[in-house]
Ligand binder design. Structure first.
Ligand SMILES: NC(=O)c1ccc[n+]([C@@H]2O[C@H](COP(=O)([O-])OP(=O)(O)OC[C@H]3O[C@@H](n4cnc5c(N)ncnc54)[C@H](OP(=O)(O)O)[C@@H]3O)[C@@H](O)[C@H]2O)c1
Length: 344
């Protein structure tokens, strides 16, 4: 085996009791790859809203005293353990969110395999993963672009395509201009659909139009924004909605849904929860899906689509590794449009 490093710099969330965790940069050992494992030199990672919840201790699941944060990262395979056949040194890869959900239906036990949640994540110079826990990247994606995809990209893909079966011409509702919504906008546009974006900022709405938004609505200026969404569809309503707002937005999102529409229940930016009116969905032949990221097969389907439709994920800011705390602050500031990346 070629020479591999034995120590590295790594971020850890260090937690004591119920208090928010503290982000610390530490020297840590590099674990050499064992049977069916690979060692990856991480080149870029991205943040999701979930990573803020994890740091605060507001995310469901275990809250270990020490956790390497972040689910999303891309890098180069630099060493492989015995028996590895899926990748080789030199391959460019991204990690999959649930290390054990490879394809098909999820199983409850897969949920504990989420990087940066149930197990150590990607904010580390090197990570040791099972060979099954990565996808190979197309040359068209930079490290930074690839690092935006494992959570937000796969979630948007699962919502729009795997579960939503979006068709050309469909109206697609996207709430706000964060990571899932802007990736969803870019994918919906590439699918030939008509994205309708809401935001609290006219400047962000202008940027959404540049990325292909068919209609752009300021939800702060128009508290009854569901009426503006309906009007933008000619009154018929949307065929797809990526519901990231949660309790505060769900009733309005459902009011936007047209006959035969699909709402993907994804997030809780206002707070998690909300009622599903069964009669309304039934009468409309509408579908509501709970979406929790997706499988490796979803990620591979997304990458195959991106090879044919060379979208460049909208990256707002790229931070240096030493400035990881500033990246968290930026994500939390409300200023972001699309994705926040850290380069290693
Ligand atoms: N189920 C899953 O698999 C999954 C996967 C990824 C994310 N999520 C969840 O989905 C949500 C979005 O995640 P994200 O990472 O995309 O978030 P993010 O990047 O942090 O998005 C933040 C943006 O959302 C908009 N926003 C905030 N509050 C809003 C509200 N009440 N109504 C409408 N828009 C609002 C704002 O856009 P403007 O500044 O334009 O107003 C804000 O800039 C989070 O709750 C996250 O936990 C779930």
């Amino acid at each position: 085996m070629s020479q591999t490093p034995t120590t590295q710099r790594q971020y850890q969330l260090q937690r004591s009791g119920d208090a928010p965790a503290v982000l610390k940069l530490v020297e840590a050992p590099v674990r050499q790859p064992g049977n069916h494992e690979i060692l990856v030199r991480v080149r870029a990672v991205s943040l999701n809203r979930r990573d803020v919840y994890v740091k605060l201790g507001h995310y469901p699941g275990p809250k270990p005293a020490t956790l390497v944060p972040l689910s999303d990262g891309a890098g180069e395979v630099i060493a492989t353990g015995s028996g590895v056949t899926r990748v080789r040194p030199g391959d460019r890869v991204a990690a999959i969110f649930f290390q054990q959900w490879l394809e098909g239906r999820p199983r409850p036990e897969y949920m504990a395999s989420a990087l940066g949640g149930g197990i150590d994540g990607m904010l580390s110079q090197y990570v040791t993963l099972n060979e099954n826990g990565v996808v190979k990247l197309p040359a068209s994606l930079s490290w930074e672009e690839a690092a935006t995809l494992p959570c937000a990209g796969v979630t948007a893909w699962n919502a729009l395509v795997t579960r939503g079966r979006t068709q050309p011409g469909d109206f697609v509702l996207l709430l706000g201009t964060g990571g899932v919504s802007i990736t969803g906008l870019q994918l919906a546009h590439a699918l030939g659909a008509r994205p309708i974006v809401t935001s609290s900022s006219n400047e962000k709405l202008a940027r959404a139009r540049e990325l292909g938004a068919f209609s752009a609505i300021n939800y702060r200026d128009s508290p009854d924004w569901e009426q503006a969404v309906r009007a933008a569809t000619g009154g018929a309503g949307v065929q797809q909605a990526l519901e990231v707002g949660g309790k505060g937005t769900l009733p309005k999102t459902l009011a936007c849904l047209g006959a035969g529409g699909h709402v993907a229940l994804i997030g809780g930016l206002s707070s998690f929860g909300g009622e599903i009116p069964s009669g309304q969905l039934m009468g409309n032949n509408a579908t509501a899906s709970g979406i929790y990221v997706g499988s490796r097969a979803d990620f591979e389907a997304l990458l195959a689509f991106l090879e044919k439709h060379p979208i460049h994920p909208a990256i707002d800011q790229v931070f240096d590794f030493e400035k990881a705390a500033a990246a968290y602050d930026y994500l939390d500031s409300g200023a972001l449009f699309g994705k926040v990346v850290i380069r290693l």
